[in-house]
Design a protein. Sequence first.
Length: 190
Amino acid sequence: MFVALFIWSAIEPHSRAVWIAEALPLVLVFAVLAWLYRRFRFSNAALLLMSVWLCWHTIGAHYTFAEVPFDWFNELIGSERNQFDRIGHFSVGFYAFAIAEWLTRRRHCGTGLALLFALFAIMSVAAGYEIIEWWYAVAEGGDAGAAFLGSQGDEWDAQKDMLADTLGAVFSLGLFLWLRPDRTATKSVP
């Protein structure tokens, strides 16, 4: 499903430069997940949560996040800003579930430490990504730089994006505690 969506996104994207910049993390994450597949079987919940970001980000890459046709939702919540990007950042936090699952099922640490590590890992990735967005926007400049940055005129966009990533992680870790895939998952391949 992801490969088909990725191919669609590559066909006449709104900005080829932005698509290339946005496609790189998609390819890297998908490659890591494909490589891990035979080595560790994530729970269906983890796979579903991780696929949300992959699909959401792929759509954002095609349109650029500020230009995704998401008016119905923006109008529903009374927002003048396109919130597609913010929801995308929230879905980044879903990877905390998989991180906690990996750590607990592989018995690298206890549940409490796994939850903290997963939360801090997402927060670190969020901060790092905002720095990369800034560097790309400065280096590329012009419309492509502004489209990749995606701030839509909000001077606090980077901070709000990092908060959305963090809240997504908190949500997914709450889901992790409820589902406890470390107790119910099938035995993973070492």
